[in-house]
Design a protein around this ligand. Structure first.
Ligand code: SF4
Length: 340
């Protein structure tokens, strides 16, 4: 099967079936960059609720670079994986200082910017600038595995290597790298889905090795499953007379800068044990983060701990939207009848 034929089937399908998405209105490089970072690890329906708000708050690279870390992560609150927000802002600072506010067009230059890897560089180069650059994410790897009947398991280095080679051949044979790459991703999102793909509606069904050999359910081969970890974590709710809530600013690598409720062994954190009010369990709720299934148990605390200066702050729940915090904080406050 010729790469040219496959590429043109994908492009034509995209031109007919593409969804109307806000960043497709102008293909501005900054908008494409923000959308791609948001779409990594977050579903489209969720991203659509945040994208416009984020773009109104930070309409260009300069405004994002000038914003504080707190402002950016607060605007990101609810999208999860906050490291992405930090990297996006670091990248914007990089663009301002090294590229005079102009987002470069080549993959090589883009990959020198903080937080931009091969995938995002390919997406910005091809979708925003129309450059000939391949992109491979989970969707593309799945289509390629089925299309060419590749036996390497999902997310394995062997499959990813093969997918990059095939994606490069195909985009080189396309008439429009922008339409082709978006078409490949859109096909993965709408037609060649992980389960029950809509092969009858697929423009590639005659060329697809998995479909022709009736192996669609087998490919790509599943990856080894990560074991699920069950955790139980106590959360401590400390309020002052005005209803403000005591929160701790995280300094660890993953959640750096985010505000959390005091949790776990707070003796280690504050130097003073928290005294839980007898019988004051406010309830429990479940929260899942990748392979960790966490049961949070929320306790009311009798008195203010002597918190280490700089680590803790009293936060008005009404002002929560202005500070970066993970979504479990809202769940805990709702359980206590605080906030919305
Ligand atoms: S025919 Fe089916 S399995 Fe093959 S690419 Fe299309 S949707 Fe995916």
């Amino acid at each position: 099967m010729s790469a040219r034929r496959l590429a043109s089937l994908i492009e034509n399908w995209f031109r007919k079936h593409q969804r109307s998405l806000p960043w497709r209105a102008a293909y501005d490089p900054y908008g494409v960059w923000v959308s791609e970072v948001m779409l990594q690890q977050t579903r489209m329906e969720v991203v659509l609720g945040y994208y416009e708000r984020f773009m109104t708050r930070f309409p260009n690279v300069a405004s994002l670079a000038a914003a504080s870390f707190d402002d950016v992560t607060a605007a990101w609150s609810g999208l999860g994986y906050y490291r992405r927000a930090r990297m996006l802002r670091d990248g914007a600072v990089d663009v301002m200082t090294r590229f005079g506010s102009v987002i470069p067009a080549t993959v090589d230059e883009l990959m020198t910017i903080a937080g931009i890897g091969r995938y995002t560089a390919g997406a910005i180069a091809s979708i925003a600038h129309g450059r000939l650059a391949p992109i491979v994410d989970g969707n593309v790897a799945r289509i390629v595995a089925r299309l060419f009947a590749i036996e390497a398991p999902l997310a394995s280095p062997a499959l990813m290597r093969e997918a990059w080679v095939r994606a490069e051949e195909l985009v080189a044979a396309s008439g429009s790298p922008r339409d082709f790459n978006q078409g490949l991703m859109e096909l993965g999102a709408l037609v060649c889905t992980p389960r029950n793909p809509s092969c009858r509606q697929c423009p590639l069904r005659r060329q697809c090795a998995a479909f022709v050999s009736e192996r669609v359910d087998e490919l790509p081969r599943p990856k080894a499953k990560m074991a699920t970890r069950e955790l139980r974590i106590p959360l401590y709710l400390v309020t002052d007379r005005t209803g403000r809530v005591l929160m701790r600013r995280e300094s660890g690598r993953l959640m750096r800068g985010m505000f959390h409720l005091p949790h776990g062994d707070t003796t280690l954190l504050t130097g003073t044990p928290l005294r839980v009010i007898a019988g004051a369990t406010l309830g429990t709720f479940r929260h899942t983060v990748t392979n960790r299934r966490i049961t949070f148990e929320v306790f009311a605390v009798a008195r203010r701990p002597r918190a280490r200066a700089g680590e803790y702050a009293w936060i008005d729940p009404a002002a929560l939207t202005a500070i970066p915090h993970p979504s479990y904080v809202r769940k805990a406050l709702r359980l206590a009848g605080i906030g919305k």
